[in-house]
Design a protein around this ligand. Structure first.
Ligand code: FES
Length: 94
């Protein structure tokens, strides 16, 4: 778990871009929504609704509600997140 006092600011970029630009250690791989390494849990706040593509990827990984892909998610205000990190095989991919 990351220290609770880490913060970054940004607008219009993906959550991953905001975190990496702000020096927050969110794991990532492909940056295009395929590998699932950048999965985060939304602890507090709001993110924009997932795109159909992001939702399909999340469904493929069997992610629970509240889990998002940082490289695809865009903020809708202040958020608190917990990176889940680590490679995880998407059972729907070949
Ligand atoms: S970095 Fe691969 S899905 Fe986000």
């Amino acid at each position: 778990m990351l220290p609770a006092d880490l913060a970054a600011e940004g607008e219009g970029d993906s959550l991953l871009e905001i975190c990496t630009d702000g020096g927050l250690p969110v794991p990532f791989g492909c940056t295009v929504g395929k590998c699932g390494v950048c999965r985060i849990e939304l602890i507090e706040g709001e993110l924009q609704e997932p795109s159909r593509f992001e939702q399909a990827v999340l469904d493929g990984f069997g992610c629970e509600s509240g889990v998002r892909l940082a490289c695809q998610a865009r903020t809708a205000g202040d958020v608190t997140i917990q990176p889940l990190g680590g490679a995880r095989r998407n059972p729907s991919s070949t």
